[in-house]
Ligand binder design. Structure first.
Ligand code: C2E
Ligand code: MG
Ligand code: MG
Ligand code: MG
Length: 279
């Protein structure tokens, strides 16, 4: 490439990058504002035992209303909130919402666990485990009723810090799941070093089931879980054929649109009521 072409590139790409930066800053500013004004929501998606179809828990999922009943996907804004460090505060708020929801359901007669997603920057805050413990104590939630979902990126970040944090949480009684398992390209050796409860098979390996290649991966993850004494849960189950296949392989639990979509708190209560799980 000539020198001229290089300078041209710089001139061509610079405004685009600035536009992107401005877009990101704009989103983050609005997110912070809406968060502070109490406009964010936490929805819940049921998780079921694949054999009995009993509801075993719910995953708490952030929702950011953008008006007219529309929502900006957390897949878009969570990574921005992570970069801006804003996820630390928002994540703490989600945990508190999950605790309150867990207590509310318990008082209605159903004791299920609530899973909360945790990002890398949250884990990096000193005293993270202590803060989680204090939060559960504040709401008097039993530790076994809150599960933390961490991705392999958390594990890969600073394994020694993570091991200690997870051990502290485990001693307290909090269970940890590896989310999006199989998409992280990390060494599997961490599985032996961390006190884990569950592997969540990523939707990418579920969506084409019972197709052969996805089947091989799902099957491998389930066997791995069995051998390591970890439960397995499949996310994104949408069809009976997928469910049948997973059941055949011995997968423990499922979460997906086929059973229930993520829903606001009141709708979750209706859902549980319809299934006679609460009065
Ligand atoms: P995730 O933790 O892997 O959550 C599962 C995602 O799969 C959710 O997307 C859920 O709505 C979706 N899903 C569940 N069943 C099905 C299905 O049958 N079909 C399809 N197509 N999708 C299904 P959602 O709610 O858009 O969240 C996206 C991601 O955003 C989450 O992925 C998680 O990584 C992140 N996220 C959401 N809430 C939080 C939060 O409170 N804190 C953090 N740190 N991240 C969050
Ligand atoms: Mg998750
Ligand atoms: Mg997941
Ligand atoms: Mg996923």
């Amino acid at each position: 490439q000539s020198k001229k072409a290089l300078t041209d590139n710089v001139v061509i790409y610079k405004p685009e990058m600035e536009e992107q930066m401005a877009w990101r800053l704009g989103i983050i500013r609005k997110l912070r504002q809406d968060f502070e004004q109490g406009k964010l929501e936490v929805w819940f998606q049921p998780q079921l035992n694949l054999t009995s179809l009993a509801v075993t828990g719910c995953e708490a999922l952030l929702r950011w209303p953008s008006g007219n009943g529309n929502y900006i996907s957390p897949a878009v804004f969570v990574p921005l909130a992570e970069d801006a460090g804003l996820i630390v505060e928002i994540g703490q708020w989600v945990l508190e919402q999950a605790c309150q929801q867990q207590k509310r359901l318990e008082s209605m007669g159903i004791e299920i666990s609530i899973a909360v997603n945790v990002s890398v920057p949250q884990f990096k805050v000193r005293g993270y485990a202590k803060r989680v413990k204090e939060t559960l104590l504040k709401y008097q939630v039993k530790p076994k009723n809150i599960e933390l979902e961490v991705t392999e990126s958390v594990v890969m970040d600073e394994l020694n810090v993570v091991i200690n944090t997870l051990k502290e949480l485990k001693e307290f009684g909090i269970e940890v799941a590896i989310d999006d398992f199989g998409t992280g390209f990390s060494s599997l050796s961490y599985l032996q070093q961390l006190p884990l409860e569950r592997l969540k098979i990523d939707r990418a390996f579920i969506k084409d089931l019972p197709d052969n290649d996805s089947g091989a991966i799902a099957s491998l993850i389930i066997s791995l879980g069995m051998r390591l004494g970890l439960k397995t849960i499949a996310e994104g189950v949408e069809t009976q054929a997928q469910a049948d296949y997973l059941k055949e392989l011995g997968c423990d639990e499922v979460q997906g649109f086929m059973y229930a979509k993520p829903m606001p708190e009141l709708q979750l209560i209706d859902y549980l009521r319809q299934r006679k799980l609460i009065a």
